[in-house]
Design a protein around this ligand. Sequence first.
Ligand code: HEM
Length: 378
Amino acid sequence: MSDGDTWKVRRRLLTPAFHFDILKQYVSVYNREATEMISKLLETTKRGQIFEMFQEASMCTLETILQCAFSGGQMSDETKNEYVEAIRKLEILFIEMVFNPIFIVAPSAYKRLPRGREYTRLCKFVHNTSELIIAKRRQQLMRDGRPQQTTGRLDFLDLLLSARYEDGTGLTDLEIREEVDTFMFAGHDTTASSLSWTLYSLAQHPHHQDKVREEVNYLLSGREDDTIQWEDLQKLPYLTMCLKEAMRLHSPLALIERKMLEDTVIDGVTVPKGYDVAIHLYGLHHNPAVWGPDHMEFDPSRFRPERMKDRDSHAFLPFSAGQRNCIGQNFAMNEVKVLLARLIYKFVFEVDPTRPAKKEVLIIMNTKDGMWMKATPV
Ligand code: HEM
């Protein structure tokens, strides 16, 4: 939520953490977490059980961001579960809160109501989790020295801890915690949503799922193991089209907001300075004038290069655009591609026909009563 110079300085500081040379090293982490998820699903399917995709995906992407951005930041499975659950509840409570007239008129009175108190309690838990990760890393650094000497690279948390402003001072504890909070949340929930909804669409459309599997089989044929390498990420065009189409159809982040810094005329309407404006990415991705009357259909061919070339570059904005766009977009695309390729190579996914997923727009595109699916080993 930071803006102005605060945002600019921190964004500049963090951008190197997303350089291609750094991202390359994360492919092995994505593979490790894919292997972990595969063995969990194998256990579930042995018992012939239907499983809840969103929870599995969230646990996997949370561990991935901990490994990649937070120097491994160990968290027990129990705390991860609690964290994922807390974020979901916070999203529900946040949406309720901002539309509640009591909150709008008297935010401090709202905070004293049961829902407000629950919101504060969950915020504290999430903040404490971040503080614990930071404290552990500080201790580790004091014990083992600077990261270049140990792991050979500065990850996101190390960058925050070692950053200096021009006057030589470092970021305050609160500043570091705010950034860790953002990345913990932004770095796992959105990717979990993208992975889950893509698998859901592929489960609904076995024909497209088979084509993705053929592509991955071809890529991995003759290899001794099924890990996806950095160079492979460019060799999965059909999988990438399916991922983009799922991100259009389901829009993992449905809405973003901006404050007007000056009076602005949009389509003949003056939006005054100081107004908050919501930009409806889900609506943008379902504009029939751009996507046609069948915009509710899952059709990966929309992302064939020949169909994309005449489309406005701002018609598809899952990661927003401009200077406040998503800093983690390459990280996210790589991660989801590896997970999709590894999972589809190992399993055939089907939806549970008795429990179709119902969309629930929280901060991210979630589901109302879970996303129940079946995975059968190939
Ligand atoms: C498929 C997954 C993801 C989607 C769909 C997504 C989407 C977005 C969008 C739409 C924004 C712009 C928000 C706005 O304009 O108000 C954004 C910003 C941001 N995202 Fe992502 N994101 C994803 C993954 C990630 C990952 C993996 C990370 C970190 C590793 C991340 C970190 C951030 C941060 C820090 C911002 C704020 C950037 C700024 O204001 O300078 N995101 N994301």
